[in-house]
Write a protein that binds this ligand. Structure first.
Ligand SMILES: NC(=O)C1=CN([C@@H]2O[C@H](COP(=O)(O)OP(=O)(O)OC[C@H]3O[C@@H](n4cnc5c(N)ncnc54)[C@H](OP(=O)(O)O)[C@@H]3O)[C@@H](O)[C@H]2O)C=CC1
Ligand SMILES: Nc1nc(=O)c2c([nH]1)NC[C@@H]1CN(c3ccc(C(=O)N[C@@H](CCC(=O)O)C(=O)O)cc3)C=[N+]21
Ligand SMILES: [Mg+2]
Length: 302
């Protein structure tokens, strides 16, 4: 039995449609559109593509959209000054500082400087704490985890009661917040990482398997429990000589073709979690706009 391929691109479009509708209702009520500022330091080509896509979606959703491209020589003080200016701008609801930052800048200090009410990445300790304590009505939840949960929900529905979930990866931006969201949906959650013993056996217990590692196709077909729902967060660019000299292609952290022989459903790369991340950024910006204006929080899930 071949697995269902979860269409992240299509599901992202439904989230974007809701974000656009919420934005166009918000604008006359608030007398201004939702505003998103994206900050990029340096010239990493992949980051430039992502940031451009984010700005393009923000414009399509009718937001006020600002992109700040700073040179790689930007000092921490200069970046903090920009964040302070965006914090103080009443027309800006969302501030996203694209990661990774140059090594000369203290990432934690910058993320902590963002007003938690404008923290559409959900990386500020206030939002991390709200998520961890289950206060999700008030929290801004990280985009990739929130998008991954919607993809899981599209197959299994909202409740994960009785299910074993395994998250491979424990980063603050992906693995840990996904684990929190799965726990909130009543899954029994295991977080695995580079020091986990017998990772294959741990993965084989998973009814829901989330891979957020950054290692191309590390998770093989025989690591998958029959009938599992597999979410592949990994984005890895690898050489593709079959496409011609110097060409590359994107693969996830899961050997998709093998896993699709065993799983019930699996997200592809590209076209899975990636588009959801961008859609949830728009949703979080509209949410931040509503919360800042004292309006009820809109709903973007399934
Ligand atoms: N689709 C999207 O929208 C997004 C995709 N990504 C992608 O997701 C992937 C993960 O990103 P991110 O969380 O930021 O990455 P990090 O590098 O921050 O974290 C990777 C995690 O994987 C663990 N790990 C590394 N090697 C192994 C191994 N051999 N066995 C088990 N665990 C291992 C690490 O363990 P330890 O903690 O012990 O070092 C760490 O916890 C990347 O491919 C990234 O490009 C990221 C963000 C958004
Ligand atoms: N502050 C911050 N917030 C982030 O959310 C953030 C970040 N920094 N730094 C980098 C990672 C990575 N990330 C992706 C977003 C979209 C796709 C995406 O749209 N991927 C497409 C393919 C794009 C392509 O072809 O390259 C897809 O999977 O179909 C991928 C990865 C957000 N991140
Ligand atoms: Mg994110």
């Amino acid at each position: 039995m071949a697995a269902e391929i979860i269409d992240g691109k299509a599901i992202a479009q439904t989230v974007l449609a809701k974000a656009r509708a919420a934005a166009s209702a918000f604008t006359p009520r608030a007398g201004r559109p939702p505003g998103l500022a994206v900050v990029l330091v340096g010239e990493d080509p992949a980051s430039q593509v992502y940031v451009r896509n984010k700005s393009r979606e923000a414009e399509a959703a009718g937001f006020r959209s600002e992109q700040h491209n700073l040179p790689v020589t930007t000092t921490e003080a200069e970046l903090l000054a920009l964040v302070a200016r965006l914090n103080a701008d009443p027309g800006i609801d969302g501030i996203l500082v694209q990661l990774p930052l140059p090594r000369t800048i203290d990432t934690d200090r910058v993320l902590m400087a963002v007003d938690p009410a404008k923290d559409v990445d959900g990386f500020h300790p206030v939002n991390v704490g709200l998520l961890g304590s289950g206060a999700t009505a008030r929290a801004l939840v990280p985009c990739t985890p929130a998008g991954s949960l919607i993809l899981i929900e599209s197959v299994l529905g909202p409740s994960l009661a009785g299910k074993q979930a395994v998250v491979v990866g424990r980063s603050n931006i992906v693995g840990k917040p996904i684990a929190q969201l799965l726990l909130q949906r009543d899954a029994t959650v295991t977080i695995a990482h580079s020091k986990t013993a017998d990772l294959a056996a741990v993965c084989r217990r998973a009814d829901v398997l989330v891979a957020a590692v950054g290692r191309p196709e590390m998770i093989r077909g025989d690591w998958i429990r029959p009938g599992a729902v597999v979410v592949d967060v990994g984005i890895n660019r690898i050489p593709a000589p079959e496409r011609g000299e110097g060409r590359t292609r994107l693969v996830g952290d899961v050997a998709t073709r093998e896993a699709a022989e065993i799983a019930r459903a699996i997200t592809p790369v590209p076209g899975g979690v990636g588009p959801m991340t961008i859609a949830l950024l728009m949703a979080n910006t509209v949410t931040a706009a509503h919360l800042r204006e004292g309006l009820p929080r809109p709903v973007f899930g399934a």
